[in-house]
Structures are given as structure tokens and as C-alpha cells.
Ligand binder design. Structure first.
Ligand SMILES: O=C(O)[C@H](O)[C@H](O)COP(=O)(O)O
Ligand SMILES: [Mg+2]
Length: 299
């Protein structure tokens, strides 16, 4: 076996494989991704925009089912429960089991249960966040909680923010479910969790800990659910700063789809790159697959 003289660096044989992996053509890279055993798939901007299903999604999900891929929809949106996401997809014509959904709220609740099992929280967010926290054994507490947890939603107001700052000054830890500062809704940007947390950080003088993508925490939880090695998994997402970065931190191959937030020109503004860039998830379905043939016949 060839070995590197420097501990921790790749031996020559492995380095050669890495170079070959990086130097494939785009078509070869897509083929390589198609052969993965499991897919972690972001939702907003990949599967839908608001209540509109994106092109190619039906075929992609059908192909994953037909080829027995493992898959997990992974969203930084902490507002819905897995069941609500399952019902939303069903209304859009995609039928998958509730166990295929994972949110930043669940990731946050799981992380907090490792920090302070049975603790209490002051939570600012939507039902999906409260549901996840209750499910992990946390109580709601507006007086002396262990954590102030901020998630997605339109409920943040001056009163809640002032309470959060007061509780943090008294010792509660500030937790954000996800760092996205904005999201696309109805064709324009709207503020999201990262922006709300920023305001509380400024007012309290304390830095938050974020749980959702791009943390390797969320990627590792997802990988564990899928039960695959990192080489067998890929991350498909529409944001460089959460989905692609999350995959890179977790050493998982990434696919950037251009159907959401990040655009091809944004690639020039970051010091990392996805493994491959495609227009949408439909590009990951082999043209000869039966789901594509069926869609063509139906149109
Ligand atoms: O609204 C937000 O917080 C997020 O930007 C959005 O919901 C993220 O969703 P994802 O793309 O992770 O499904
Ligand atoms: Mg997205």
C-alpha cells in the first residue's frame, strides 16, 4: 500500500481517485450521482415553490421509488411537521411516507436533547417547532428556560423579542433552527430565521448556535437515518450557503439545482463548488427511465 509521508493526508492511490472523481465530465458526474444508493433532497426551491410543484419532480420521485433508492427530504423550514409536509406533497400529487421528511426543528430538538435532556425552552416559531420540542421531552417556559429557540414564522414581534433578550440576559442559551436569512416567496425575498436571530443577537450581545443546514449536525443525523456511508449518499439542493456547504462540511457529494435561490453566477462569489450543477431534479432521471416515458405518454 502506498502511504503519504504526512499523517492525515491522502496516500497517492487515494489522491488519484479523488482527481479522477473531480475530473469527470458533467455527464459522467450525473451518471455517478444516479448510481448513488441514497439521496438527501432539499425541499423549497427543489421540490416546490410555495404551492407549485417544480418541473421534473414527479418523474424524479417515481424514479427513486422504481430504482429502490433511499431518500430523505431535508428542509431548513422549521414550521411544518413531517406529517404536514407529507400531506402537502400528497396535495401536489407526490405520495411518500411521513418517515421521508426531516426538518431543522427536529434536528434542533434532537441536538438540545443531547445538551440538556428534559430541559425547558422559550420557543418563537410555528407548530412544527413546538411539536418537535415536545416530542423530545422539552417543556415550554417563559420565565427561566434553558434555551431560547427561534424558528421560522411570522409570529416574531417586539414583545417576544424583548422577552427573548431578557431571558438570554438571565442565562438562557440562544438557538436558531436555521441560518437562512431569507427565502423566496411569491417571486420575492422574505425574511427568514437567520434575520430574526440576528436582531436578537444584536440586542442581547450573545451569539446564537444554529442547528439546521449547513451544519454537519443536520447532515449526520440525516445520514444516520438513511443508514448509508457518506460515499453512498448525495445532497441535492438549491442554496450554495446551506445545501451545498452542508454537503461539503459532511463530505457528501453535492448537486446544485438551479430551480431555486442560487444562480449559476453565484458560483463565482463563493470559495467552494458543488460536485455538479443541473437545471432541476428532472435532470437526474435517466432519459430512458420508465417514469420519463410515462410522463411523455401522458402529456
Ligand atoms: O424559510 C426559510 O427559512 C428557508 O429559507 C426555507 O424554508 C428553507 O427551506 P429548504 O430550502 O431548506 O427546504
Ligand atoms: Mg431550498
Amino acid at each position: 500500500m502506498t502511504s503519504s509521508p504526512v499523517p492525515g493526508l491522502r496516500p497517492d492511490a487515494e489522491l488519484a481517485q479523488v482527481i479522477a472523481h473531480a475530473n469527470r465530465s458533467d455527464n459522467e458526474k450525473i451518471e455517478y450521482i444516479r448510481a448513488k444508493e441514497a439521496f438527501i433532497i432539499d425541499m423549497d426551491g427543489v421540490i416546490y415553490h410555495g404551492n407549485t410543484l417544480l418541473p421534473g419532480v414527479k418523474e424524479f420521485v417515481q424514479w427513486m421509488k422504481d430504482t429502490k433508492k433511499k431518500f430523505l427530504f431535508l428542509t431548513n423550514n422549521s414550521a411544518p411537521t413531517p406529517r404536514e409536509l407529507q400531506q402537502k406533497l400528497a396535495r401536489l400529487g407526490i405520495h411518500v411516507d411521513e418517515s421521508h421528511f426531516y426538518t431543522s426543528a427536529i434536528c434542533t430538538a434532537k441536538f438540545l436533547s443531547t445538551q440538556k435532556p428534559g430541559g425547558s425552552v422559550y420557543a418563537i416559531g410555528e407548530p412544527g417547532l413546538h411539536y418537535a420540542l415536545y416530542s423530545q421531552g422539552f417543556d415550554m417556559n417563559e420565565v427561566n428556560p434553558d434555551f431560547v429557540v427561534v424558528g421560522e414564522g411570522s409570529g416574531l414581534n417586539y414583545e417576544k423579542m424583548a422577552r427573548a433578550v431578557k431571558l438570554i440576559s438571565a442565562g438562557a442559551k440562544l438557538i436558531g433552527t436555521n441560518p437562512d436569512v431569507n427565502a423566496v416567496a411569491e417571486h420575492c425575498l422574505v425574511p427568514a430565521c437567520g434575520a430574526f436571530v440576528s436582531a436578537i443577537e444584536l440586542a442581547s450581545g450573545k451569539k446564537a448556535f444554529f442547528c439546521g443546514k449547513p451544519t454537519s449536525l443536520m447532515m449526520r443525523y440525516a445520514q444516520r437515518i438513511l443508514g448509508c456511508s457518506r460515499d453512498a449518499v448525495c445532497m441535492v439542493g438549491d442554496r450554495l450557503d446551506t445545501d451545498v456547504l452542508g454537503g461539503i462540511y459532511a463530505e457528501i457529494d453535492t448537486v446544485l439545482v438551479l430551480s431555486g435561490v442560487s444562480k449559476r453566477e453565484d458560483l463565482a462569489n463563493v470559495a467552494y463548488a458543488p460536485y455538479v450543477v443541473v437545471d432541476g431534479v428532472g435532470s437526474l432521471v435517466p432519459p430512458s427511465s420508465s417514469s420519463v416515458m410515462q410522463a411523455a405518454n401522458e402529456s
